[in-house]
Ligand binder design. Structure first.
Ligand code: PMV
Length: 314
């Protein structure tokens, strides 16, 4: 029996996607820019079966995964069914982008299992249907997501910075996220007084961050990255019923990053839909930084990541 194996690495958005267009197809309201990480990934095995099933660390038959298989059946007109088994080498649903690597691996694996030969851009479009950030995990290194009126896909961005930077993933306590990013985006779009400001300011940040990557300017990239994450989190504070993903360790790690920066270290924070902090820095400073941040109260682990590879299938 043919077993298809796919692997995709997580990515962390430097410039955040936050919010969706009202049309179908899980279209993001804004573009985004990310770095794929080498240390966190999802492996997915796909084998022919009588009926569809999905298994991931004790969880089974996730509705979004089953819909994704349906999408391939409709696209190819082939009535195939599969048993799918995934392993996350990344904490699940904790704002560490497990859905990005998960849906990227699933997309690549299903494309092979259905015999669908499409471009990387099209794979990225299909991965997006499952999770917006998954479109970027098809690629290694930096990736930019283009959000057009009725289309969105990612592509790789090459830069000398790719081999010069590290991202330190600082885990600030355990536990699943309180509210999924999908629900959070809905609440924000419906009630946040800051959402429109976030949308209006976003193109400038994305454009400046792209120029910073192209000119290998880590400080400018880091400044845009911090603005993007804080503006995204501000949208949640601006809701009718405000909510947030920070905990006290998150705040203490971000404050320490600022303090170290004032002392001359190039380090910049970002965070997603969970309490953990990711710190962008020159690769040669990652070990020192990891030691400083790991010693803070409440930090459960700090993992040094370098730029990761594109998703692959065999
Ligand atoms: O991929 P989704 O739909 O779970 O949304 C991800 C949203 C953020 O991680 C917060 C930002 C991003 O661009 O990845």
């Amino acid at each position: 029996m043919t077993v298809t194996r796919a692997i995709a690495h997580t990515n962390i958005a430097l410039i955040k996607y936050w919010g969706k267009r009202p049309a179908a197809g899980n279209l993001p309201a804004v573009g985004s820019l990310s770095l794929t990480l080498d240390r966190f990934f999802t492996t997915t095995e796909i084998e022919p079966a009588e009926q569809d099933s999905f298994h991931l660390e004790g969880q089974s038959d996730n509705a979004r995964v089953l819909q994704h298989i349906d999408y391939f059946r409709n696209l190819t007109g082939r009535d195939l069914h599969f048993k799918i088994t995934s392993h996350n080498h990344v904490p699940t649903a904790a704002g560490l982008a497990s859905s990005a690597s998960g849906f990227a691996a699933l997309t690549l694996g299903l494309a092979k299992a259905f015999g669908l030969d499409v471009s990387l851009q099209d794979l990225s479009r299909i991965a997006r249907m499952g999770s917006g950030s998954a479109a970027r995990s098809i690629f290694g290194g930096f990736a930019v997501m283009h959000a057009l009126e009725d289309d969105a896909y990612a592509e790789a961005v090459s830069s000398p910075l790719t081999s010069q930077v590290a991202m330190l993933v600082v885990e600030c306590g355990e536990g699943l996220k309180a509210i999924s990013s999908r629900d959070a985006m809905n609440k924000v779009a419906k009630t946040s007084v800051f959402y429109q400001t976030f949308l209006d300011n976003h193109p400038r940040l994305l454009c400046e961050a792209m120029s910073a990557i192209q000119s290998s300017n880590l400080r400018s990239l880091g400044a845009c990255m911090e603005q993007s994450t804080l503006q995204m989190h501000a949208t949640m504070l601006g809701c009718d019923e405000p909510f947030w993903y920070f905990n006290r360790t998150t705040i203490s790690v971000m404050s320490e990053v600022r303090k170290l920066r004032e002392q001359g270290m190039d380090c910049f924070f970002t965070m997603d839909a969970g309490p953990h902090v990711k710190v962008l820095c020159p690769a040669q400073d990652a070990e020192t930084l990891s030691q400083s941040l790991s010693s803070l109260d409440g930090v459960s682990r700090a993992t040094i990541c370098l730029a990761g590879p594109p998703a692959t299938v065999s």
